[in-house]
Write a new protein. Structure first.
Length: 401
């Protein structure tokens, strides 16, 4: 049974949650406390799977509480349920919160958010790796991206399209922008996966704050370069697959989701490179020496593949489900009951075509567990055949414009 801790100084709200969530008592063990210090005491007695906290509380505010949780119990899902957060609090929340839910909140929505987070924990069911991903509030950006963004935003005539283009060059920055815009800091009627829409909605001031934040643009560890899978190589691969995926999804209603799935498909490798580069190197060596796919070697050496790690991170950051699903099942689409050409299909087709032209690593297979070919596209009633798909991908030249 999952354990969920609710923290709010409004006792009437806690009583309301206790009553409305009573039907879930067979699925969740729920604990309700009135302040941060009591929450810490409760956690010290027994850890939880998720914590849902208000922001504005006396003695210890929600941000301070969640910072403690991130440092001491990093595998716990951290959710804010709050009516408002000041500008200073909002900035601090970016690196400690997985999900932000606005008050008032329908109980069904709250249940869905918590439940989806729990499901994602099951995708990455190795506790050590849950803790590893749970600690991450940011991923290092490429220095060139940071420099280009600073220069662009210094130009008073810069366009939103130009800012979006630069952000799309870097999966780490793109993921953080999408996390920000899809949080309930910004009351949206739907999820956003278009970076240009995200920049328009957030405004350049918010993007400038993001760029200036030291925690977002922290440096890569020195030993990251010891791994053959360098940040530069990952960035190039992400851009190539994103360009191919966008080309395949052109004209569909899920084109933005497909583009983001392509850009973020290897975000799990960024996590592994940041947190455990030596283990990732051993996985690469194992894949080469035994002739097995890299994601299989990662499972053997690290305990989870980059696909599972990436999907878990994007999930707790609140990105749209089609993107998370595509990242999670990019090497095993047969585990999803696909009936039509969708985001996952666009991603695996793009990867298959791109890998034939330019593999991520020489001598290392990134193959899918099923054959992605003309019959696959035909079974899903894709709007093109295999030859047309190859032509679309080749036309991109592996470049994301």
């Amino acid at each position: 049974m999952k354990r969920v801790l609710f923290v709010d100084d409004d006792t009437s709200l806690l009583d309301g949650l206790r009553a409305r969530l009573h039907a879930l008592r067979s699925q969740w063990e729920m604990v309700f406390v009135e302040n941060g210090p009591r929450a810490v005491t409760e956690l010290e007695q027994r850890p939880v799977d998720a914590i849902v906290a208000d922001v504005r509380m006396p003695a210890m505010d929600g941000v301070e509480l969640l910072e403690i949780v991130r440092n001491r119990w990093p595998d716990a899902i951290r959710i804010v349920l709050s009516g408002c957060a000041g500008e200073e609090q909002s900035g601090r929340l970016l690196s400690v919160v997985h999900q932000y839910i606005s008050k008032p909140c329908e109980v069904d929505h709250l249940e869905n958010v918590i439940g989806r987070c729990m499901q994602l924990r099951d995708v990455l069911n190795e506790p050590r790796l849950q803790a590893l991903v749970g600690r991450i509030g940011h991923l290092p950006a490429m220095p060139r991206t940071c420099t280009n963004l600073r220069a662009a935003m210094a130009d008073p005539a810069v366009s939103v399209r130009e800012i979006a283009r630069i952000i799309c060059e870097d999966p780490a920055v793109a993921a953080k922008v999408l996390q920000l815009v899809n949080s309930a800091f910004f009351r949206l009627a739907r999820r956003i996966t278009s970076i240009e829409q995200a920049v328009t909605y957030l405004g350049l001031n918010a993007i400038r704050t993001l760029v200036m934040a030291v925690e977002v643009f922290s440096a890569w560890r020195n030993d990251a370069d010891a791994c053959e899978l360098t940040p530069a190589r990952l960035q190039k691969a992400a851009q190539s697959v994103a360009a191919a995926t966008r080309a395949l999804a052109h004209g569909t209603g899920f084109a933005d989701d497909a583009l983001m799935a392509g850009l973020l498909h290897n975000i799990g490798h960024w996590v592994l490179l940041k947190e455990c580069p030596q283990q990732l190197k051993r996985a690469i060596d194992l894949a080469k020496s035994h002739g097995i796919p890299l994601h299989t070697a990662e499972q053997d050496v690290i305990g989870a593949s980059h696909a599972a790690v990436g999907a878990y991170l994007l999930g707790i950051w609140g990105l749209p489900y089609p993107v998370i699903e595509a990242v999670a099942f990019q090497h095993c689409p047969q585990r999803v009951a696909q009936t039509q050409f969708d985001v996952l299909a666009a991603l695996v087709t793009a990867q298959s075509l791109q890998a034939a032209n330019e593999p991520l690593l020489r001598g290392v297979s990134e193959s899918c567990e099923m054959v992605v070919d003309a019959r696959y596209l035909q079974a899903l009633q894709a709007p093109f055949d295999w030859a047309a798909a190859r032509q679309r991908v080749c036309a991109t030249n592996g470049e994301l414009h």
